[in-house]
Design a binder for this molecule. Sequence first.
Ligand code: HEC
Length: 173
Amino acid sequence: MPDTTDVALARAAATALGRDLVAMLTRELTRGGPVAAIAVCADSAQERTQQHQANGVLVRRVGTRVRNPLNAPDALEQAVLDRFAATIAAGGSPADTTFVADAPGGAREVRFLRPVRVQELCLACHGAAEQITPEVRQIIATRYPGDQATGYAVGELRGAVTARLTLPRSPAE
Ligand code: HEC
């Protein structure tokens, strides 16, 4: 396993991104409801994600079915999402997962994934069609013509916050 500092950095970046986006979402939902919130989220989610890339940690969100294609999981992330979903299907609660994988150029990297599950407040934009107002549906259709991220129920796996951090090469290699 890598030095725990690397895992701690990856975990901290994932926590910070998750907190930031939920805080923004809650603030905008309170201020102007889902119509205002989705406008703000659509404009700033990617930019805010970039702002959390620090200390060499690449952090972002991925979805089981995505709204923004930029949030599509890679093969390793997809495999972990499948395991998270299987745990939920079996009545369990999936936990944060850390592992080391090969990275481009012969390097190794720490991969960290934290499961993200659907809560009540997510349904205004990710629930069944009748839970989403026509105005919000219209904004989604315009901004995300390929949207697949609706039809979710509370408790379901929505995706993950994922972080990766390239490990320094050891002198022996
Ligand atoms: C006000 C509308 C709105 C609400 C409420 C909302 N989302 Fe989203 N969600 C969005 C938008 C817009 C995107 C696409 C953002 C982007 O362009 O990266 C998105 C994307 C995501 C993604 C990234 C994967 C993808 O589909 O692109 C995850 C994960 C996610 N939301 C989880 C949640 C969770 C969990 C909640 C509840 C705590 C929630 N969302 C509530 C609008 C919303």
